[in-house]
Design a protein around this ligand. Structure first.
Ligand SMILES: [Zn+2]
Length: 243
């Protein structure tokens, strides 16, 4: 599945799930631990931040591919990171394309969000950068220029969210949901994913009906539909109820 489609699926997942998650503590009465995590999730600035982070996290599993365009997001910094991911996960579409990776990435980010602000900010900046790169920010063939444009736009977005005092207490949730959206997306393709890694079995759709990456269905139907869904959900969530 293309990066663009993954990022849109992450944004869609967050916009669909955030209201349900925000209502969870009140609905169950027993999820007291979730209250601070979801408290401000639906304020306009936090919703935008959550959608960007989840879209970026939906790209994270493909950082196991050093030649993919997202590895160029921040130039050599993300290329080295992608090399490390590729080495540690055993190649493309291995460990990072699993339930276990989503859980570990989510828990790790949750810990950073609560205790280590610098680590949290690095994760948030990386996710914003991946999301912007995935939706097409960058100039084909101009690696360094693209990296500089991406760094500038990411910094601007991060500072804008910072000025709105976004707390990122939901960071772990957004990262886990984004990674899961990626795994689901790749399971719909013809190559599938090792969902239960370290078990090697790949989950694919039956009868070879899996999507062929980058072909007409993904480019002409799935991508545009997801774009409309994301814009529609944003409008629905951010529009004042009185309108
Ligand atoms: Zn993938």
């Amino acid at each position: 599945m293309m990066g663009h489609t993954h990022a849109l699926s992450g944004a869609t997942a967050w916009l669909l799930l955030a209201p349900g998650l925000a209502a969870l503590p009140a609905a169950t009465g027993s999820a007291a631990d979730l209250t601070p995590v979801v408290a401000n999730m639906l304020s306009p600035a936090e919703l935008i931040a959550g959608t960007l982070v989840c879209a970026g996290a939906a790209m994270l599993p493909d950082l196991d591919h050093p030649h993919a365009t997202i590895a160029q997001t921040f130039g050599p910094a993300t290329w080295v990171l992608a090399k490390a991911f590729n080495w540690a996960s055993g190649g493309h579409r291995h460990a990072t394309h699993s339930l276990l990776f989503a859980v570990v990435a989510g828990l790790g980010s949750h810990m950073l969000a609560g205790r280590y602000p610098v680590g949290r900010d690095i994760v948030v900046i990386l996710m914003i950068g991946l999301a912007l790169r995935a939706i097409g920010i960058g100039i084909p063939g101009r690696t360094i220029t693209s990296a500089l444009v991406n760094i500038g736009l990411t910094a601007g977005t991060f500072l804008m969210l910072h000025s709105r005092e976004v707390q990122y207490l939901w960071l772990g949730l957004a990262i886990a949901i984004g990674c899961l959206a990626h795994v689901v997306g790749d399971c719909l393709t013809e190559r599938g994913c090792p969902v239960l890694w370290p078990l090697k079995h790949r989950w694919v759709l039956p009868y070879r009906i899996g999507i062929k990456t980058g072909r007409a269905f993904e480019v002409k139907i799935l991508g545009p539909v997801l774009s409309v869904v994301v814009i529609g959900l944003f409008a629905a969530r951010l529009m004042p109820a009185s309108l």
